[in-house]
Design a protein around this ligand. Structure first.
Ligand code: ZN
Length: 133
């Protein structure tokens, strides 16, 4: 894996959180995007070389809605950039990791993504991200 691509934070009110983090980091959120397949509205902030992704549920059955219900707002996942997501998924499966999807899906930013189940990663939700060409 190449580097941390972004850090995902689950929030209840994306507008309020954009203001809060804009204030905290002294940067502006630069993009909002809905990912229908995951039932989330995302918003991105860039802090130096790093990216923060705010995630708000778009409906009550969204994974973010159930996450917030169980654990409250806060740290949700860490995403790593990979060059070849398909071969990385294959490698992880062979190593015995549980993946949340069998095929890469389209995430925010028109990227290919896949999640590693927190149960196989010390409670961490790990996202793999590959740039689409
Ligand atoms: Zn993410």
């Amino acid at each position: 894996m190449k580097k941390i691509e972004h850090i995902g934070i689950a929030v209840k009110d994306i507008e309020a959180s954009e203001k809060l983090y804009a204030n905290l980091f002294q940067v502006q959120a630069y993009k909002r995007e809905t990912v229908e397949s995951q039932g989330v509205l995302t918003s991105f902030l860039r802090v130096g070389p790093n990216k923060i992704e705010l995630l708000q549920a778009t409906h009550e059955h969204s994974v973010i809605a159930s996450f917030i219900e169980k654990r409250g707002e806060g740290f949700h996942h860490i995403a790593f950039a990979v060059t070849d997501i398909v071969s990385e998924m294959k490698r992880l499966k062979e190593e015995g990791f549980r993946l949340l999807n069998e095929e890469p899906t389209i995430g925010a930013d028109n990227k290919l993504v896949c999640f590693v189940h927190p149960k196989s990663a010390n409670g961490m939700l790990i996202e793999l991200v590959q740039e689409k060409d």
